[in-house]
Ligand binder design. Sequence first.
Ligand SMILES: Nc1ncnc2c1ncn2[C@@H]1O[C@H](COP(=O)(O)OP(=O)(O)OP(=O)(O)O)[C@@H](O)[C@H]1O
Length: 546
Amino acid sequence: MMIPPQLMTQTWATMGSTIASFMLFWAIFQQYCPHEVRRYFERCTHRIMNFFNPYIKITIHEYTGDRLKRSEAFAAVEAYLSVNSSKSAKRLKAEMGRGNNNLVLSMDEHERVTDEFKGVKVWWVSGKVATSSQSLYPQPERRYYRLSFHKSHRETITESYLKHLVTEGKEIKVRSRQRKLYTNSSGHRWPSFKQTVWSHITFEHPATFDTMALEPKIKEEIIDDLVTFSQSKDFYARIGKTWKRGYLLYGPPGTGKSTMIAAMANLLNYDVYDLELTAVKDNTELRKLLIETTGKSIIVIEDIDCSLDLTGQRKKKADKSSEDDKLDKEAARKEPKEDTTSKVTLSGLLNFIDGLWSACGGERIIVFTTNYVEKLDPALIRRGRMDKHIGLSYCSFEAFKVLAKNYLELKQHAMFETIQGLMKETKITPADVAENLMPKSPLDGVEKCLSNLIRALEETKAAAAAKERELAADKEKAGKESCRKQAEKEGVDGETAENIFQKEAAMEQENGNSEKHKQKEEVDGETYEASVGKNEPPQENGNCVM
Ligand SMILES: Nc1ncnc2c1ncn2[C@@H]1O[C@H](COP(=O)(O)OP(=O)(O)OP(=O)(O)O)[C@@H](O)[C@H]1O
């Protein structure tokens, strides 16, 4: 049936004038209607539309609780949808996956995908909300996922689907997770609006306990401790303790402290958070960093003794005279500068390790490393905070054999005996041994590398002997000088003073020898336990665990 052109024109004219009237009404409404009335009107419209809308919506936001922590539910949904959406979404994001040889796809913003569960069809939409532009700082956008389903399936979705989604999502996350190495040190302070205070790269350190030069017994003990910890969720819950463990790694430079952290992370499949304490503004920022760490991770503070003068900082302030204060204020007035010194205190750090906030996240290992364990505040490393103290020391023959196997694929060699003899008399770090075992040219064979090591050991031994002689000479000189001064005071002639000195030196040596002998008898076999008890680093080649 043909519509007469006249009627057609009339219909168009009516429609046009209706739209124009509506727009005019809307403009007047927006302009003159008070804000509260407008909001009320909008809410009513919304309610009426919802009443007739048969679909239910559930929104999962990326950040909950005043944006302190990324929502676990959001992360689980993201992982779940990354598998689902890669099959149906048209716009996808790609990220590097585990093993660095596959891309993980996930749906892009404002994309829509469908999912099916027990014959029920659901829809997912991703989006983000821009936060208020009137804020003092530019706020980051907040991402969300929105699930829609028909109200007749409410029970299936809320009771089964959501549970299935979270379990599945968490499993996918673990399977496809690319482990990360995080740092808080970016060379500048993070502005307060920044979404996360950690930045990261993929963790790819190849060290394992197999490649670590350690005595087999100690290695086994550390591995057992770590594995037991990672499997003790129920145990920690039962005894009412946060699921975390502290390790203190101490010893001279180049003995493998950092290497051990990498081996720990590779053993347990954990992320690593390398915390640069000097870049943390204050205790509040330290707490924020802690909250933003995830479970299954190792939080590392390297060279804790150099990180901050944790006790000294407070002392220095108290010691300052009012005159110094005045000068400081004057200087600050002339040249206003940004205060870049960290205000983290010892109590802030202690709270970081085992305060109330340390319970968030779970399954975490905290590692401190230091070259000078004796410098640390005992409160910082007491049991319960640093549960295991591991002393890494100079290379023992057993540790050398591990390195020889790694570097030269060698289990036995005629030159090993010479090396063993020299190692008993010399202190050399595993780092130095490793460097000497490394072939320097493609033509370098096993003998060449072992000879390099023997030469290095002989040189180290000679240097140590020369240093000892130098120290003895200095001591003798100082002794003679103090005797001469004493003699001058008491009016004794030079020859008598010399005799007194020699007698004193002989007595001192005799006392020293018998003391050393006594100590050796008492301590033999437990050398390290004794030295650790006194907060002293082990002096001999080998490692210890306490
Ligand atoms: N016990 C070890 N087993 C295997 N390799 C080791 C060991 N100790 C040191 N190395 C080698 O020496 C290098 C330096 O070691 P590492 O950085 O772990 O020492 P460190 O004790 O952390 O030193 P620093 O106290 O200076 O940070 C490593 O790259 C590693 O190759």
